[in-house]
Write a protein that binds this ligand. Sequence first.
Ligand code: BES
Ligand code: MN
Ligand code: MN
Length: 456
Amino acid sequence: MQDLKNYIDENKDRFIEELFELIRIPSVSSKESHKEDMYKAAEWIKTKLIKEGVDHAEVMETQGHPVVYGEKILNPALPTVLVYGHYDVQPAEPFDLWKSPPFEPEVRDGKIYARGANDDKGQMFMHFKAFEYLLKTNQLPCNVKFMIEGEEEIGSPSLGKFCEDNKEMLKADVILVSDTSMLGPKTPSITTGLRGLAYMEVEVTGPSHDLHSGLYGGAVANPLNVLCQMIASLQDENGRITIPGFYDDVEELSKEEREEMARAPFDMEEFKKHISINDVRGEKGYSTPERTGIRPSLDVNGIWGGYTEKGAKTILPSKAHAKISMRLVPHQESGKIEQLFIKHFEAIAPKSVKVKAEFLHGGEGYVSPTNTVAYQAASKAYETTYGIKPIPVRSGGSIPIISLFEKVLGTKSILMGFGLDSDAIHSPNENYALEQFYKGIETIPHFYKNFVEMSK
Ligand code: BES
Ligand code: MN
Ligand code: MN
């Protein structure tokens, strides 16, 4: 692939212009008001795939936002790679914290700034350009299928059924995904683990209506006070989650496995500086990378109730709410954790309030072995473009559909992410370094080549 670097170099500005067209469509999956944009983005992707040279592509309906499917079948006897990505993005709020508007992409200091610049429009689009190169230069070594969904950021609620209904169409030897990060621009890594998720919303109800806090304060349970106490009790002084049975299925790693993990570089000072904190905090007995990589966690994502406008209002609110998520590790089942959470939350509620806990969404974690052809092919691909062997790393993030792919389709995934931890995904000023984008396009064709050769 002598010409690969040249090809990228000659076309690099066009690649960015094309990606910007997609980024300009505000495909926020969680908002009803963006329903039309979901179709616009899906149609854009379909049109692009056809232009790139797939045999056929279509926008397929699901119970929710559509999936774009496309394929290039050279010869059924050859291996097939299924590329998965998502065209939906997280909401861009708070808008006023963006230096440039989230859906008006801009390059500053060698980085693309926009919602979706990395997650996952930028990363997904690297696969389109790698495919374009392979096809145009007659070097595509296998069959390729594309499945780009529009509901990843809301937990892929329709994709399980979509896979069940289209098993034959989605048949592949491996699923190739760029929706994770790597350790650093000079330190390639392959994500070998993802956490699962159980996302709950809780409601605590006290009196039937807001009360005068002078006439009732001190004599009636305040749902906000109670909720805060309940939440605080969900973790003990060692940072362990107190829900009975919560750790039952958590796999304890061996000393050797933990030592192996500890070899991945981690700069604590850099970590703290980047997010402006003075100290870290987490489960006792585990390092920071372990706390996100191999241990579960519990976080309040939002809490509300009572009076939050300007000025003071003296009330004792009737209701309090919170959104609480638990990141899970492989073998912990989100359905079981949901039940344990609800049971415990009801058990610790004082008689003076009523509580409700509801499961919003969730999914299972994933561990990918390193002794597979796909891992070796990916490893060699990074080695070719970066000059060093990538490090296997367990990420704290979740892509729930990855474990479902294995369950429903029987196909394993390889997570070749090119994001950086500094990309601010889901945050204001999300960005993606041009260098990462181009390196990704350069690395992917090597994966295809290696995968086909090593599969023989
Ligand atoms: N691409 C991310 C997940 C990710 C990012 C994994 C970086 C590893 C490294 C994905 O789009 C995401 O945000 N997932 C959600 C899942 C949820 C909405 C069900 C997450 O992790 O919060
Ligand atoms: Mn993503
Ligand atoms: Mn995301």
